[in-house]
Design a binder for this molecule. Structure first.
Ligand code: NAD
Ligand code: USQ
Length: 405
């Protein structure tokens, strides 16, 4: 297949690009490199040293003989170029990962909220409008989030996207299937909820073939392809905005930084290893809906864990200490989470579960590149509200001198 990977320079996109190229597909990365600019804005860098996307593609060709094409394009701002690109290249499938994906970054300030909403919703809507206008019949696979469901404890397993309900009508009770009600916990997660409505409309109105992958937190760093050469290494975010919880705990353990548990650590979240994330994208591509079908929704996760249990597991494994900090986020102190993922299992996914070996692999990567870590960028300081901002702990290590006045 000819596959366009929008956001193919990112943490999930780069390994997906290599995986699909390795499987023999013609792969085109479309990216505006905004994530690299955000690193510059925040004054942080990937733990792992990343080459330019052009250099990464050159190394891939050298190592495997396969070509990855790179196209610099802003999906949200360059509608006409996007339309022209689709008309010229006419991909069979489009994998859409090109959004601002960090919840803390999206809550940093009003400017960051506006950027996240504008970037993500315009990127998705521009793509959908251009697909209709060019008349291409590509299968669109979007990377969404488990966070659209919210994290309240409903006790019932979260279904894959849709909920069967019964409503009262003048003629009696009637059954209806609706999108599972969204309850986003950040501006970022809200944009993924908006995406869902855009997908529903374009599938129903224009017969676009769309799959939405509600993905949990991705952890780990290497896949078999990124491990082929040091310059194919994946990016690895550890900072307070872009680092996700398990990867953060693992690098914190590697550099002797206390594990930064928010509140009681009672949040239960869904997780998936990066190797399974790329495999799921491949499986979803092989199982396209037909024109006129409803949007196909998969829960792309393999296990759930409570944050404090993860911290305790990492502490046991590495001897790290745990710091319980005021939570900068507005979220329930405790939640349970039960999630259905039957569709990927039925398609043949063999889940990679959290195992000591894989945890140690990340700790080893972190130790190797520990000299690149700026400890001052580790604390999570973006707060969900002004009041929470006043309680944020900027110094979990307790290194700075405290005022005694
Ligand atoms: P990332 O930030 O590393 O990668 C996103 C890529 O998209 C970047 O290379 C960025 O430059 C590009 N991009 C952003 N806006 C763009 C635009 N307007 N035009 C062109 N390119 C643009 O993020 P990631 O971790 O790889 O996540 C990829 C997708 O998967 C996101 O949509 C995210 O919401 C979703 N997801 C990620 C995780 C996770 O744990 N990382 C979990 C669930 C879902
Ligand atoms: N947390 C800590 N300590 C930390 C960092 C986080 O206790 O140092 C807690 C947070 O308070 C939260 C949980 O860990 O309760 C998860 O936080 P996270 O940053 O790992 O994940 P999240 O903000 O939800 O976002 C990440 C990705 C996002 C994706 C989402 C999937 O950045 O792109 O959509 O995971 S999900 O969580 O299933 O919605």
């Amino acid at each position: 297949m000819k596959i366009a990977i929008l956001g193919g320079d990112g943490f999930c996109g780069w390994p997906a690009t290599l995986h699909l190229s390795d499987a023999g597909h013609e792969v085109h990365v479309v990216d505006n490199l905004s994530r690299r600019w955000i690193d510059t804005e925040l004054g942080v860098q990937s733990l792992t040293p990343m080459d330019s996307i052009q250099e990464r593609c050159r190394i891939w060709r050298e190592v495997t003989g396969r070509t990855i094409h790179f196209h610099l394009l802003d999906l949200a701002k360059e509608y006409d170029r996007l339309k022209a690109w689709l008309a010229e290249h006419r991909p069979d499938a489009i994998v859409h990962l090109a959004e601002q994906r960090a919840a803390p970054y999206s809550m940093k300030s009003d400017r960051h909220k506006v950027y996240t909403v504008t970037n993500n919703t315009c990127a998705t809507h521009n793509l959908l409008a251009a697909m209709v206008e060019t008349g291409i019949d590509a299968h669109l696979v979007h990377l969404g989030t488990m966070g659209v469901y919210g994290y309240s404890s409903v006790r019932a397993p979260i279904p894959e996207g849709y909920l069967n309900i019964r409503i009262d009508t003048p003629d009696g009770e009637r059954a209806q299937e609706i999108l599972y009600p969204t309850r986003p916990g950040s501006v970022y997660h809200m944009t993924k909820s908006l995406d869902q409505i855009l997908f529903q409309f374009y599938a129903q109105n224009d017969g676009l073939r769309i799959t939405d992958l509600h993905q949990g937190i991705v952890w780990g760093t290497h896949t078999s392809q990124t491990a082929l050469h040091p310059q194919l290494v994946n990016r690895f975010d550890y900072d307070g905005d872009y680092g996700t919880v398990l990867n953060r705990f693992l690098i914190q353990a590697a550099i002797g930084y206390p594990l930064t548990v928010h509140g009681t650590g009672g949040q239960t979240r869904a997780f998936i290893h990066i190797r399974d994330s790329v495999r799921c994208i491949e499986l979803a591509l092989s199982d396209a809906p037909a024109a006129g079908d409803r949007v196909k929704i998969f829960n792309q996760m393999t296990e759930t864990h409570r944050v404090r249990d993860l911290a305790e597991m990492v502490a046991r494994l590495t001897g790290a200490t745990i710091a319980t900090l005021p939570n900068p986020r507005k979220e329930a102190p405790e939640n349970d989470l039960v999630v259905k993922n039957d569709q990927f299992l039925a398609l043949g996914l063999n889940p990679t579960v959290l195992a000591e070996g894989l945890l140690e692999e990340v700790v080893d990567v972190a130790r190797k590149f520990a000299h690149r870590i700026d400890r001052s960028r580790v604390p999570a300081v973006s707060a969900w509200t002004r009041d929470l901002g006043a309680t944020v702990e900027h110094d979990p290590e307790g290194r700075s001198l405290k005022s005694v006045s």
